[in-house]
Ligand binder design. Structure first.
Ligand code: SF4
Length: 504
């Protein structure tokens, strides 16, 4: 789809419009100056911004069909340059989205929102003291979010505040993410730092050496500064792809180096790939009081698992789930993916039926996303996936099924290039929600990332300003520079916590 857009003088508007066009078309190409070939449509945008921002959009399709939209919103006085630009961007996005909706007949339930964390918008409004009704009206008016999605957002925000009533007051604690970049094999849709572990023992050893170092140093800093840990999450990769002995030493390091581990509210270990779970590793998890694990079926259709490169069987998922239960694990999450190659409502219905036999405490329902770096995206023609309508039906099935089986939604996030422009939703039995997932989605607290591919997100305890820091994704670069990455993180932490604590 090739669209020529006239009337955009501020090039900062180009990216937001591109992101909106991507919601409608798989391959959307926009030209902002006269192209030298015919386009499928021309959209003319006219705007004025004095006192109020007024935008008019006219779409003329190749066949002469026309659609028009107009949007007007008062510009408050005293806006900063950034706020003013945001108001203009939203107004232009409104008119642009409206003509595209009219032309294609596709309704975007999230309106002009293309970001990852819609619920954060609602949290921010409520935190500022805006009352609920007003906040909902603003979300509908400012972003064109449908009432259905606003209800979902409110339900999630309520749930989050019920399980973490102090969610807005956790800035003086931190959470920790530990990335272990190994998996038994690499899945076709994966863009995580995940290296097939076989034959890499040398690299595993050096990596773990670096990780222990980071844990010791960061632990020391936390103790010296009296900073508590709220939640801790081992992800990756698959953290259970290392040996039981290596896991044991790692958790011992956690208890030795980190402050007050007994009082961390939640420790999760992703055991995503069932083929990594053994009785010995479950014993280790129990020994160190790991609260929560994830065993991820993704689908209960064997051909699908094969097609996406997960070299384990459906039976293995079920067996390992029972093994974990017998070993005393009583908070198990399972991830499912909607829209995997070759799957439609029938296959997803089967997956839900199988899930019913297990009833894990929480269930995360992802919608397949074509991330740029994955093998699936590189070879898109090889993987046949469901269309928008069918993906939406499956999403509705998940919503109904979880609702009628006692689960409640408690976090959600969206991704770019997600099938059907829908969302990923975490459901859980009430009281079994993952606190770490809430913290990472709502960006209310600093998360320190240790290990390979671990991103740190430092949130200033007073201003809320976010600073990102990423450890390298590949073990080799990590091994070469872990001391330096640790020092850099400590200096950011000093900056944030020491200064702000002396000013309070
Ligand atoms: S198990 Fe997860 S991290 Fe590992 S390759 Fe598959 S999707 Fe990636």
């Amino acid at each position: 789809m090739f669209i020529y857009i006239k009337g955009i003088e501020d090039d900062r508007l180009e990216r937001p419009l591109q992101l909106i066009a991507n919601l409608f078309f798989e391959e959307a190409e926009l030209a902002f100056s006269k192209p030298d070939r015919d386009s499928d449509a021309v959209i003319e945008l006219a705007m004025a911004a004095e006192g109020a921002i007024q935008v008019e959009a006219k779409l003329t399709a190749g066949n002469g069909e026309q659609h028009r939209a107009a949007y007007e919103k008062e510009l408050q006085e005293g806006l900063t340059e950034k706020e003013r630009f945001r108001a203009i961007r939203n107004a232009v996005s409104h008119a642009f989205l409206t003509v595209l909706q009219d032309w294609t007949g596709i309704m975007q339930k999230w309106g002009i929102l293309t970001g990852v964390r819609p619920t954060k918008l609602l949290h921010n409004k409520l935190r500022e003291g805006v009352d609920r009704g007003q906040a909902h009206a603003e979300l509908e008016e400012e972003y064109m979010i449908t009432p259905e999605k606003i209800r979902l957002m409110q339900q999630i925000v309520d749930r989050q505040l019920a399980v973490m009533p102090d969610l807005y007051d956790l800035q003086r604690e931190v959470s920790i993410y530990i990335g272990i970049p190994f998996c038994p094999t690499k899945c076709a849709y994966c863009t995580f730092p995940a290296y097939a572990i076989n034959g890499r023992q040398g690299s595993v050893n050096s990596f773990l050496g670096g990780l222990h170092y980071e844990m010791r140093k960061i632990g020391e800093w936390l103790k010296d500064n009296g900073i508590k840990i709220t939640t801790l999450y081992y992800g990756g990769g698959t953290p259970t792809s290392i040996s039981a002995e290596e896991m044991d030493m790692l958790y011992e390091e956690m208890y030795t180096s980190f402050p007050d581990v007994e009082n961390i509210r939640e420790i999760t270990v992703e055991a995503g790939r069932p083929d990594t779970i053994t009785p010995e590793k479950l014993d280790v998890l129990n020994k160190w009081n790991i609260d929560r694990i994830s065993i991820n079926p993704q689908s209960y259709i064997q051909e699908t698992l094969k097609a996406i490169g997960r070299h384990h069987t459906v039976e293995e998922t079920v067996d390992k789930y029972h093994l974990a239960r017998e070993a005393g694990m009583n908070n198990i999450n399972m991830d499912l993916i909607i829209g995997l190659p070759g799957e439609g409502t029938e296959e997803f219905g089967h997956t839900l039926k199988e899930t019913e036999k297990l009833m894990p405490e929480s269930l995360t329902v992802h919608t397949l996303s074509f991330k740029r770096a994955s093998e699936m995206t590189r070879n898109k023609e090889k993987y046949k996936v469901a269309d928008r309508g069918e993906v939406e039906k499956m999403m509705n099935m998940a919503e109904e099924w979880t609702g009628s089986h006692g689960y409640v939604p408690y976090y959600l996030y969206r991704q770019k290039n997600i099938l059907g422009n829908l969302e990923n939703v975490g459901y859980s039995m009430p009281g079994q929600e993952s606190l770490y997932n809430i913290i990472i989605m709502e960006e209310q607290q600093t998360i320190i990332g240790l290990g390979c591919g671990a991103s740190s997100k430092f949130i200033h305890p007073e201003t809320g300003k976010i600073t990102h820091f990423a450890n390298p994704k590949d073990p080799k670069s990590y091994n070469d520079g872990f001391e330096d990455y640790t020092d850099q993180k400590i200096s950011i932490l000093n900056e944030l916590f020491s200064k702000s604590s002396s000013s309070t």
